[in-house]
Design a protein. Structure first.
Length: 257
């Protein structure tokens, strides 16, 4: 499909989506929301794809929701139209999404990165929730996902002061999984996604589902879900193949069955 605000391509078994509104530092307007949902759905339902990378530009992953589009929205528009509600499609994606973040990931941009399954950041990355400076608060999950990712102290600091944190601080705080040099960012993310895509599909989807449940349910419920999912994987051919290959000291040949 041809998109106005995104570039999409496949690299082997990886789907690559690049936000492409360079003049607005990839500000997230309703077109981006609609097109990104569509692109993710297409990769999610494409059997050849095992994982997705979501990237921005070198200067900005995304500098937030589009302030020019939001400026005139009133309460009734926002509430009745469920403003920003369409972003739920990102977290609803079942295949893993790796965010490759370079430059600004602010407001909705930080929130979009947090909807992905993990963040690989360039040394240049800057994260923040500056909504307070505009008279609003995070509206795409920032108050919830940031607090879960970095804890209450730092989440409050960022959400209440609107300050930015650099990649090193974000990694120390647990927001970022890896930091790499800017020129390595895309390859590092693509290699991580290719690795994920090489593993049995059912196990990958269950692993993502299980880890995500940790944010939602009690420890006892989460452990029960994990054990049931774990047990169910013994019904797959790939479990037999993976374990046989180890015992026979050879490389596994997975079939996603
Ligand atoms: C619309 C944006 C934008 C945004 C940048 N631009 N961010 N347009 N919405 N969020 C546009 C600018 O208007 C400008 O276009 C162009 O991108 C380049 O931006 P500059 O400001 O000239 O670049 P620079 O001086 O390098 O500064 C970069 C920046 C700054 C520090 C990232 O752009 C900035 O502070 N942006 C806003 C960050 C922000 O507040 N994000 C949170 C948004 S609220 P023109 O054509 O004007 O030159 C949000 C809410 C989430 O995300 C949900 C809850 C409601």
């Amino acid at each position: 499909a041809d998109f106005e605000t995104l570039l999409t391509e496949t690299r082997g078994n990886v789907g690559l989506i690049t936000l492409n509104r360079p003049k607005a530092l990839n500000a997230l307007n309703s077109t981006v929301m609609r097109e990104l949902s569509e692109a993710l759905k297409a990769f999610d339902s494409d059997p050849s794809i095992g994982a997705v990378v979501l990237a921005g530009s070198e200067k900005a992953f995304a500098a937030g929701a589009d302030i020019k589009e939001m400026q005139a929205v009133d309460f009734v528009d926002a509430f009745v139209g469920d403003f920003l509600g369409g972003w739920e499609a990102v977290a609803a994606t079942r295949k893993p999404i790796v965010a490759a973040v370079s430059g600004y990931a602010l407001g909705g941009g930080c929130e979009l990165a947090m909807m992905c399954d993990f963040i690989i950041a360039s040394e240049t990355a800057k994260f923040g929730q500056p909504e307070i400076t505009l008279g609003v608060i995070p509206g795409m999950g920032g108050s919830q996902r940031l607090a879960r990712a970095v804890g209450k102290a730092k989440a409050m600091d960022l959400v209440l002061t609107g300050r930015m944190m650099d990649a090193a601080e974000a990694e120390r705080a647990g927001l970022v999984a890896r930091i790499v040099a800017p020129e390595r960012l895309l390859d590092e993310a693509l290699e991580a996604a290719a690795k994920i895509a090489s593993f049995p599909r059912a196990a990958v989807l269950m692993a993502k589902e299980a880890v995500n449940r940790a944010d939602e349910v009690t420890l006892a419920e989460g452990l029960r879900l994990e054990r049931r999912l774990f047990q169910s994987l013994f019904a797959t051919q790939d479990q037999k193949e993976g374990m046989s290959a180890f015992v026979e000291k050879r490389k596994p040949s997975f079939t996603n069955r």
